[in-house]
Design a protein around this ligand. Structure first.
Ligand code: GRF
Length: 221
């Protein structure tokens, strides 16, 4: 059988890309990364992709007339690698509605908050400012509205006394990685299906996001 084909979109250091590559290497994710795509040629994710010998495409927005033009070029490159799934792993640009629709039901995003709380930026600082007792990360289907698509899975961690945004982000990060690996593994195995609404798990509608437990397993899956 052909391996499940994943394209990764990233703008940052690439630790989520690394987590997916590690999961493929240890056999827990039956998939192939068929390309890494970015708006930032110098980012860590692109460097990691090149080191790993993966196809890597980075297109600077300033080389294009507008957002639609840049998206059209970047997502045409994505289409060329024929992905089964596109994972936005710290891709920091808003994706135009046309490009989201082009890959409808094939694109997910990992976001560092317990959505629907705190879509957008500065999630850790906002959770602290609100006095939240817990914080976390969510994996969701990408729809044109920012960070608003169907929720697939979440991980929760306690906020600790003395946390600042950097400490909270650092403590959350390994759990984000585990969440992304576990969720993408369910997609690659064909158990989680995001192509239609409602999303299904093992053929049944997913009524609430799966929760990652302390041993990094998704409960309910
Ligand atoms: C992660 O915190 C992810 O949730 C957010 O951006 C960060 C990306 O980190 N969307 P990395 O580039 O994967 O290390």
């Amino acid at each position: 059988m052909q391996r499940f084909r994943i394209a990764v979109l990233a703008s940052g250091r690439g630790s989520n890309l690394r987590a997916l590559l590690d999961a493929i290497a240890d056999g827990s994710l039956a998939a192939t990364i068929v390309g890494v795509f970015s708006d930032k040629p110098t980012c860590g994710a692109i460097a990691l992709a090149r080191d790993a010998g993966l196809p890597a495409v980075a297109l600077r927005p300033r080389d294009y007339a507008d957002r639609d033009d840049h998206d059209e070029a970047l997502f045409s490159a994505v289409a060329d690698v024929q992905p089964d799934l596109i994972v936005c792993a710290g891709y920091l640009r808003i994706i135009s509605a046309a490009s989201v629709r082009r890959f409808e039901g094939r694109m997910l995003n990992i976001h560092p908050s317990l959505l629907p709380k705190y879509p957008g930026l500065d999630t850790h600082a906002r959770a602290l400012a609100a006095g939240d007792a817990e914080h976390g990360a969510s994996v969701h289907v990408v729809v044109p509205e920012l960070d608003a698509g169907p929720l697939l899975s979440q991980v929760r961690i306690p906020v600790e006394a003395g946390d600042d945004a950097a400490a909270l982000a650092a403590r959350l990060l390994p759990h984000e990685h585990a969440l992304l690996r576990a969720t993408v593994s369910l997609l690659a195995a064909g158990r989680l299906d995001i192509r239609n609404t409602p999303v299904t798990l093992d053929g049944r509608p997913l009524s609430a996001p799966l929760q990652l437990d302390r041993s990094h397993r998704l409960t309910g899956a």
